[in-house]
Design a protein around this ligand. Structure first.
Ligand SMILES: *[C@@H]1O[C@H](CO)[C@@H](O)[C@H](O)[C@H]1NC(C)=O
Ligand SMILES: *[C@@H]1O[C@H](CO)[C@@H](O)[C@H](O)[C@H]1NC(C)=O
Ligand SMILES: *[C@@H]1O[C@H](CO)[C@@H](O)[C@H](O)[C@H]1NC(C)=O
Length: 490
């Protein structure tokens, strides 16, 4: 299948049998989290996680639907999509995290492309949207051998940009050097019509009984034909080409799988059911405008990028690591003395990207909002400096007698008396405030078009700050609600 990750609108008409594509431009975070397989605890291995910010270690359909932002393009979809993170196993034994296409040093993250395919059986049976509460897993994390059943065919790897041309799809990880390894997972599409989940998150759905893994008749045990879900994740492997050694390919997934046969995808439905059904019914092949007509406006790439969650386990999962997080060992089981960290208790202000100045200065952090060089979020007064800190900015705004202080681009300070709704922080999301302050590298001072916002505790706005802060930290409610800006694509 032709890749759609870049240029959604331009290429929407291209793939055969593609109803529509959910472009998950970005991800919430990379974390040992998996509310399907490991509810309430740290999961066995690291996943790259996209979708609505209602995501949590324990969650349900209502939590997903209550998301205030998503890293994916279609607004009526607040589902979560996740799959294993990829690492390069270096010759000296270290593990180096492999970026996903779209990751950069500025804190932008790539995500994945999710295809919703209208693949009915030969009888052209009616396809159904995912029901509320529906969740499922495709693939098997323990698998290390190649099989040719439909489940085995449903997980493939494509080597893009190899010497001598792109490789054919292979079930395991490619054995040659690739610019990109694209991993592709097709989910089962035949549902038992009753259970929205099952104990192994698999047996309530099966692949079709004839045809192939991605199309054919559904068996009588699982008669309800769902829309077919297909994930594509693009691992950016070109930076590792000069570091190969030995006679085996050197990449390994977070679950310790160096074969690729144990790759898997997880899905937790967060759709508005009626609109998904409408799209599945109406947007058949040859109706390229149908998704736009059905879904209206899409989330912009910037909105998707600003939807981020704070890390909830105190462990490093990117960069150079001495071992795979979670006691995963390549091709062998973990030693008995290996203990992986569990969930961290309460995130600290620093881990959430702000400084708690409620007591010392009488100003509280209200979240990371949006800023625009053409129309500043706060415009009453401003000051710049290459030694900017949060304290300096607040002191400056105090002299201007304003209610809000905001920091942008590491060293810019703005003051004002109101924050427009479309610039306000999104509830439950960290936003895109990722730049260190020029005068204090332990503090965060906004981003390229993101503003770290502080509010004066006037009129009792921060009364009983200690109690208030700890409660807010636990629930991330310190981030204000916001109506996401609707921006029309095309
Ligand atoms: C192992 O090698 C990698 C790749 O060259 C390097 O980035 C890493 O720092 C090395 N690890 C150690 C512990 O020296
Ligand atoms: C997953 O794979 C393992 C190892 O091959 C196998 O023992 C197990 O039965 C599989 N699980 C399922 C649900 O197919
Ligand atoms: C996630 O769940 C934990 C409990 O496991 C809870 O303390 C926290 O508030 C939840 N986070 C969000 C954003 O709802």
């Amino acid at each position: 299948m032709k890749s759609l990750l870049f240029g959604l609108v331009a290429s929407l008409a291209a793939p055969v049998n593609s109803t529509f594509v959910v472009q998950c431009y970005s991800r919430l975070f990379d974390q040992r989290a998996d509310p399907l397989v490991s509810p309430g605890v740290a999961s066995g291995h690291v996943h790259t996680i996209s979708g609505g910010n209602g995501f949590n270690f324990t969650m349900d359909y209502q939590k997903a639907r209550a998301s205030q932002c998503s890293t994916c393009s279609i607004k009526q979809d607040l589902s979560n999509y996740w799959s294993p993170k990829l690492y390069f196993h270096a010759q000296n034994g270290s593990f180096l995290s492999v970026p996903i296409i779209g990751d950069n040093n500025g804190g932008d993250m790539g995500g994945m492309a999710i295809y919703y395919l209208t693949r009915g059986g030969p009888d052209n049976d009616k396809l159904r949207a995912f029901p509320p509460g529906f969740r499922m897993m495709a693939g098997n994390s323990s698998k290390r051998v190649e099989t040719d059943d439909f489940a085995g065919r449903a997980v493939t790897h494509k080597c893009v940009g190899a010497a001598g041309g792109d490789g054919p799809d292979t079930k395991g990880l490619p054995s040659k050097k690739c610019d990109t390894i694209r991993v592709q997972v097709t989910f089962p599409s035949c549902w038992d019509g009753k259970n929205v989940d099952s104990s192994n998150h698999k047996t309530h759905v099966v692949y079709p009984k004839d045809g192939n893994y991605d199309g054919g008749r559904c068996p009588s045990t699982h008669p309800v034909h769902l829309v077919t879900l297909f994930y594509e994740v693009y691992y950016d492997t070109k930076g590792f080409k000069d570091m190969w050694y030995g006679d085996k390919q050197p990449f390994v997934f977070s679950n310790g799988d160096a074969t690729g046969y144990g790759y898997h995808g997880d899905f937790l439905n967060g759709w508005d059911e009626a609109i998904l059904q409408k799209a599945v019914t109406n947007c058949v092949d040859g109706t390229p405008n149908c998704p736009t007509q059905t879904f209206g406006t899409f989330r912009t790439q910037g909105e998707a990028q600003a939807c981020k969650l704070p890390s909830m386990i105190n462990e490093k999962v990117t960069g150079v690591l001495p071992a795979l997080p979670g006691c995963n060992f390549v091709g062998q089981s973990a030693p008995a003395n290996c203990v992986a960290p569990g969930l961290s208790v309460v995130p600290t202000p620093e881990s959430l990207g702000y400084v708690d100045l409620t007591k010392s200065k009488g100003w509280k952090y209200i979240g990371c909002g949006k800023d625009d060089a053409g129309k500043r979020t706060l415009s009453s007064a401003q000051t710049y400096g290459n030694s900017m800190t949060v304290e300096l900015c607040i002191d400056f705004c105090k002299t201007k007698n304003t209610l809000y202080a905001g920091l942008v681009y590491g060293g810019e300070c703005y003051c004002g008396n109101q924050v427009a709704a479309d610039k306000a922080p999104v509830k439950g999301s960290l936003g895109n405030c990722l730049m260190k302050c020029s005068g204090n590298k332990n503090q965060v001072c906004g981003g390229a078009s993101a503003i770290s916002l502080y509010q004066a505790c006037k009129g009792g706005a921060c009364s009983n700050p200690a109690k208030r802060e700890s409660r807010k930290l636990a629930s991330l409610e310190h981030l204000h609600a916001n109506t996401a800006r609707d921006v029309v694509m095309e």
